[in-house]
Design a protein around this ligand. Structure first.
Ligand code: FES
Length: 153
């Protein structure tokens, strides 16, 4: 694993107790199958937390498969990168995804992962789609809109 960033953390990570409980609830809900966005949204609703927390909870289970629904997948590290703003970055990707779906536009899948192996450059993001696979280290929340536009261009 690469070194941690050479700068002070900017964000408090989510409460692990809450994330583990949510992870268990997701595991029961999926019953051995892949997770879907609807499943994660329902689990978050039931727990009274933002949907992004369910994405983070799903990322802590290495056995989970994420059901692909789009030609483009964006992966966001919500492991150690949380301390440098990964959850707001994840939330912005989820907002943009929802907006595109509501507007009937091609959307993208959002997957949360525990590490993307560029831990020294949070938030680590990776994309896979028609353009191939690419990494997008140092993604802050202000960069997300432009990144999505570039990936869907
Ligand atoms: S903690 Fe390793 S890439 Fe985020």
């Amino acid at each position: 694993m690469p070194l941690a960033p050479d700068r002070t953390p900017t964000h408090e990570p989510l409460d692990l107790e809450v994330i583990w409980d949510l992870s268990d609830a997701i595991d029961e809900r999926r019953d051995g199958g892949p997770v879907t966005p609807a499943m994660l949204e329902e689990a978050a609703d039931e727990a009274g937390v933002p949907a992004s927390h369910a994405w983070v909870a799903a990322s802590v289970d290495p056995d989970i498969d994420w059901q692909g629904q789009s030609a483009l997948t964006v992966r966001v590290c919500t492991g150690g990168c949380q301390a440098w703003g990964a959850v707001p970055v994840l939330e912005r990707f989820l907002e943009l995804r929802a907006r595109r779906l509501e507007a009937g536009l091609p959307a993208f899948d959002v997957v949360a992962v525990a590490c993307l192996n560029t831990c020294d450059r949070p938030t680590a993001v990776a994309s896979a789609g028609a353009h191939g696979y690419a990494t997008h280290p140092d993604t802050d929340v202000e960069a997300v809109d432009a990144l999505v536009e570039a990936l869907l261009d």
